[in-house]
Design a protein. Structure first.
Length: 426
């Protein structure tokens, strides 16, 4: 289906031996639908890589992007340069964020936002005369992008293998255990720890929801030791958990929030860090010579920022945060009905329009490719889901309706039946 001849494109995270000759060429998209070059249609049940919150192909987004390119396509925000879209976006994100008078450091995506936040945490303590506070703690199964800090903080072993030590003074703790976090703080020494990074709901690591009270207790514990807390909101913000930021769903407020993906619904690449006034203070006011010597060429790219501003307007005007909350239960019902299929182990659902179906561990042991097989079978049944390590993830655009959710349910059931049939001796 759609195989290419002699491609030169190296796919991210991919086993290229398996990809070559089996490419699926996505050709166009509209709303919740994708089409390949052969005209086959798929329901985008994962919003691409968790970004298409307002759905695909909106004329309003195209017009905003085109108007900005005609006025000012690109100019940097280094030194004293700025532009209105970057200013307006920083103001809007500061206003939407749970942090009063937050400052906004812009970049290209989630992974570089993580690098910015981690360096900023270390710089914060260096400026306070505590330069030994450099250690950064993440969580097992956490994913924070593919750059050096993110890889080192992240808790997916396969992503670290073969690269050697990328960033020193980083470690991971069990994702749900306060005792494990307390023990790690004790073992390293709080006076050596700069920050704790966490996803409100762990995404790529399996769609893992925090245990009741975990995030509140973890942030309280860190705060009691003067450790900064950084929410990786790359997946959870902009309506995915039914609020502007996922942490709001759990009643916690970190010191920094890293965002990307849903901020533009993926129409253009953009990410960044929302930084508390306290962390920004020594770098913003009355200290000439203190600068954050870090940043990307396209930070504050006016066209990307214009896309984000229009996307945020759409989310607000169409009430998509509330809609996401309303759709949670219907999505959970669909996932729960699939739990009855013999291939399914655990169903993961919680706050937010996202969930995952774990493939039965015994079947995975027998057939290591079964998660990938399920993803491919789902495609044949018009549903695009995301294969994770042990599960398939579902996180549709916030504009889906009940009929789309039903289609996800019936498509996945048929796909799982095919997976079973394929595994039977012929
Ligand atoms: C939670 C989280 N953080 C960071 C990233 C990295 O973002 P990017 O791919 O934009 O660098 C991702 C990407 O999926 C993510 O899910």
């Amino acid at each position: 289906m759609g195989a290419l001849e002699g491609s030169h494109l190296w796919h991210p995270f991919a086993d290229m031996t398996a990809v070559i000759g089996n490419e699926l060429v996505i050709d166009r998209a509209e709303g919740v639908w994708l089409w390949d070059e052969e005209g086959n249609r798929y329901l985008d049940a994962t919003s691409g890589l968790w970004y298409a919150n307002v759905g695909h192909g909106r004329a309003r987004m195209a017009e905003a992007i085109s108007a900005q390119i005609r006025r000012l396509d690109v100019y940097s925000t280094f030194n004293d340069f700025t532009n209105r879209p970057a200013e307006d976006l920083a103001a809007r994100l500061s206003e939407l964020s749970p942090l009063p008078d937050a400052k906004v450091f812009l970049g290209n995506g989630g992974g570089d936002g993580i690098e910015s936040a981690a360096k900023l945490a270390r710089l914060h303590f260096a400026l306070r005369g505590e330069p030994e506070r450099r250690h950064v703690i993440g969580r097992v199964d956490g994913f924070h992008g593919a750059f050096a800090f993110g890889t080192s903080i992240g808790g997916i072993d396969a992503n670290q293998r073969h690269f050697g030590e990328l960033v020193r003074e980083t470690s991971q703790v069990d994702a749900q255990s306060i005792d494990a976090l307390a023990a790690e703080i004790e073992a390293i020494g709080p006076e050596r720890i700069a920050a704790f990074f966490f996803e409100p709901v762990i995404g790529a690591g399996g769609v893992l929801f925090p245990a009741d009270g975990y995030l509140r207790d973890a942030l309280d514990l860190c705060r009691s030791h003067g450790i900064l807390t950084v929410a990786d909101e790359v997946i959870c913000a902009f309506g995915r958990l039914g609020e502007w930021f996922g942490v709001e769903r759990f009643g916690v407020t970190p010191d920094m929030l890293v965002f990307a993906k849903g901020v533009t619904s993926g129409y253009l690449p953009l990410g960044g860090v929302i930084v508390s006034a306290e962390i920004a203070e020594p770098l913003w006011y009355g200290n000439p010579g203190n600068s954050f010597r870090h940043g990307a060429t396209y930070a504050g790219h006016p066209t990307c920022c214009a896309a984000a501003l229009t996307n945020l307007e759409i989310l607000e005007e169409e009430g998509l945060l509330a809609r996401s909350r309303e759709l949670e239960d219907p999505l959970h019902s669909v996932l729960a009905s699939l739990a009855e299929h013999p291939t399914i182990g655990e169903v993961r659902a919680g706050p937010g329009l996202l969930g995952a179906l774990e493939i039965d561990p015994a079947l995975r042991a027998e057939r290591p490719a079964i998660v990938l097989d399920t993803h491919r079978a789902a495609r044949r049944n018009e549903v695009m889901v995301r294969p994770l390590l042990d599960a398939i993830a579902v996180s549709p655009p916030l504009i889906v309706d009940q009929a789309h959710l039903d289609l996800i349910g019936t498509g996945l059931w048929a796909a799982l039946d095919e997976v079973v049939a394929d595994g039977e001796p012929s």
